[in-house]
Design a protein around this ligand. Structure first.
Ligand SMILES: C[S@@+](CC[C@H](N)C(=O)[O-])C[C@H]1O[C@@H](n2cnc3c(N)ncnc32)[C@H](O)[C@@H]1O
Length: 297
């Protein structure tokens, strides 16, 4: 059932201080739909269908003011679509992409490491326990922090990874993000068809509000904290695309708990039936939380 290969690489940045060695641990494995609370994502499918995340991420990227020689962390880099743009804007800089999913980190590494000749590295690690200390000039992150429930621990870890005067510029789901869909999922989870598997399932996200996020950032030591919510509803181009979004990046943690392909299909179809009647149809009622902060000098 498991197809695993593992590699442990120890890499050194070109032009680094010499003492900084980056340990890269990565392995690839098949997606296991029946594995509860898996950390894996279907990287190839995410790369193909993540248009909403890519659009939001490009907006966040376009607001960065870069010198071009920074050392940056892409926190929750996914398949590296946005990491690539980050690197293109850093002609003399470098980026470490970190992701908990081996599928994602390996996909990013395969696509990017050769293209950026030593300026891009990808690490499988948990953002809550990053293995970096005073290392980065800035941290960029999009569409990832809401997958982490403990924002106190997350922001402490990010703070530790930054150099003095380093910055954090991030966006994730927040506030009433996908409220309508969540209500439908909760109701469906209590029906006899799905309650055996989803009746007691705890949502895998934490959608912080702006004030709470600011408090967590300040508690971790950050200053110049600015947080805010923005609506970002996103309509798929039809039923097929909507169902693909649910399966690939909205409800994959729910779906992987369901026992058979038939039950999984029924679950997604029922949610799509409801979304077909929305105005406009096939709309995900996204809200994004923007976060900016810096580490004192
Ligand atoms: C929706 S994807 C976003 C990827 C990319 N930033 C983008 O905008 O396309 C969320 C990513 O966060 C990663 N992630 C979730 N929890 C994580 C954690 N605790 N540590 C590191 N990465 C995590 C997932 O593996 C996934 O690749």
């Amino acid at each position: 059932m498991w197809t695993i290969f593992s590699v442990i690489l120890t890499r050194r940045w070109p032009q680094s201080s010499g003492s900084v060695r980056l340990k890269v641990s990565a392995s690839a494995q098949t997606i296991l739909p029946e594995s509860p609370n898996s950390r894996e994502w279907n990287a190839a499918e995410y790369h193909r269908v993540s248009a909403p995340q890519f659009q939001w991420g490009q907006r966040v990227l376009s607001a960065l003011r870069l010198r071009g020689d920074e050392s940056l962390l892409d926190a929750g880099c996914g398949t590296g679509k946005l990491t690539r743009i980050l690197l293109e804007n850093l002609p003399r800089g470098r980026v470490v992409g970190v992701d908990l999913s081996r599928n994602m980190a390996l996909h990013a590494r395969k696509n990017l490491e050769a293209d950026f000749s030593g300026r891009a590295r990808f690490v499988v690690a948990d953002l809550v326990t990053l293995p970096f200390h005073n290392r980065f000039d800035g941290i960029f992150s999009t569409a990832s922090f809401h997958w982490i429930r403990d924002h106190d621990a997350l922001f402490r870890s990010l703070y530790e990874a930054l150099r003095p005067k380093g910055w954090l510029h991030a966006q994730c789901g927040g506030g009433p993000n996908i409220d309508r869909l969540r209500q439908r999922v909760r109701a469906l989870a209590q029906t006899s068809e799905f309650s055996n598997w989803l009746g007691k399932f705890q949502e895998p996200w934490f959608f912080s509000d702006a004030e709470g996020a600011a408090a967590h950032l300040r508690a971790a030591g950050f200053e110049n904290v600015v947080t805010g919510l923005e609506e970002a509803a996103y309509s798929a181009r039809g039923r097929r695309e909507f169902e693909g979004y649910l399966k690939t990046f909205v409800l994959h943690r729910h779906i992987e708990l369901l026992p058979t392909e038939t039950v999984r299909r029924d679950f997604v179809e029922k949610l799509a039936d409801a979304a077909a009647l929305d105005d406009p149809p096939w709309t995900l009622d996204y809200t994004r939380l923007n976060l900016r902060a810096s580490k004192p000098g």
